[in-house]
Design a protein around this ligand. Structure first.
Ligand SMILES: NC(=O)c1ccc[n+]([C@@H]2O[C@H](COP(=O)([O-])OP(=O)(O)OC[C@H]3O[C@@H](n4cnc5c(N)ncnc54)[C@H](OP(=O)(O)O)[C@@H]3O)[C@@H](O)[C@H]2O)c1
Length: 269
């Protein structure tokens, strides 16, 4: 496996692969500014010319920023020509542009950072019809990373980018907000972060253990005229509460990702 760009997302994916039986014998990272490998079974190279002869079948994955990807493609044409699969995680960089640059089809992925602990979401789109062995191979590679979501269009991938690709940041922002809310009530600064995190984790653990919907579990905490109802009158206000805020959040991210469907009005890059 060759990973082009050893940044945040590449590291998260490599960590996810390394957690359990890694589907790759060796993971080569190619990044001009990283001289150290990313742990067991990895090797760092500064440039594509530094790669050793690659054992077949091998996979190449582009994990650089979309802004520089177009300029990189010509120097990877030779290596990708012989790869079993070529993958790209660059947000908003279309399959057509990838194919134009490399002269072969490329599968686009949209992972998120929790892949590092095997709890990610990986959307994937392929521009060509797959044979069954290739389909099985792709799923075998991605399964250790978390929930796989095959999509039928690149615009669906933009939706996944806006929802789960960016999603961990939304959740951490909510966690930060909970911490600040605890402090605003005068709770101990030493305990506020742990309380906020335990509140979130405990509620999700209970949800995992329960057959009930999120709405039913919320209602179970809310009694008529009680404290929770008073709090939710702000949090769930139909105009200014969390739901319209989250809708606006994912819409803004979708437009930035290049969304072109009914839910967005941005331009595909
Ligand atoms: N972060 C996420 O949550 C997330 C989620 C889904 C998809 N993605 C996608 O993942 C890609 C990488 O994002 P990231 O957040 O991981 O960014 P990042 O941390 O900046 O990683 C990009 C890496 O590529 C390196 N690089 C620069 N020029 C290179 C070259 N010529 N050859 C090889 N590597 C080179 C960068 O090195 P320098 O820093 O030294 O320039 C950096 O280490 C983006 O396309 C993004 O759309 C990210």
């Amino acid at each position: 496996m060759v990973v082009v760009g050893a940044g945040q997302m590449a590291r998260a994916m490599v960590a996810g692969w390394q957690r359990q039986a890694c589907p790759f014998h060796t993971i080569y990272t190619v990044d001009p500014h990283q001289s150290e490998g990313l742990g067991e079974n990895t090797m760092a190279c500064a440039h594509p010319e530094d790669l050793p002869p690659l054992p077949h079948p091998y996979v190449v994955m582009f994990a650089v920023k979309p802004q520089i990807l177009g300029d990189l493609l010509p120097q990877w044409k030779g290596i990708t020509a012989n790869a079993r699969l070529v993958l790209s995680i660059a947000a908003g960089f279309s399959c057509a542009r990838l194919q134009q640059g490399l002269g072969r089809p490329v599968i686009r992925l949209m992972p998120n950072t929790p892949v590092a602990v095997g709890s990610g979401i990986v959307g994937y789109y392929t521009p060509t019809v797959w044979d069954d062995p290739t389909q099985a191979f792709v799923q075998d590679i991605l399964r250790p990373l978390g929930l796989l979501v095959p999509v039928g269009s690149e615009d669906d991938l933009n939706r996944i980018t806006a929802f789960s690709g960016s999603g961990p940041a939304y959740i951490y922002a909510f966690l930060e907000g909970l911490e600040q809310a605890a402090l605003s009530l005068g709770l101990s600064p030493d305990l506020a972060p742990a309380m906020a995190q335990t509140l979130m984790r405990g509620s999700l653990n209970l949800k995992d253990a329960s057959p009930q919907s999120a709405a039913a579990l919320r209602q179970a905490v809310t009694s008529k005229g009680g404290t929770t109802e008073a709090g939710l009158s702000i949090l769930m206000h139909p105009d200014t509460g969390l739901f319209p805020l989250l809708n606006a959040t994912v819409q803004a991210a979708y437009r930035r990702a290049g969304g072109i469907g009914e839910q967005g009005s941005g331009n595909e890059r």
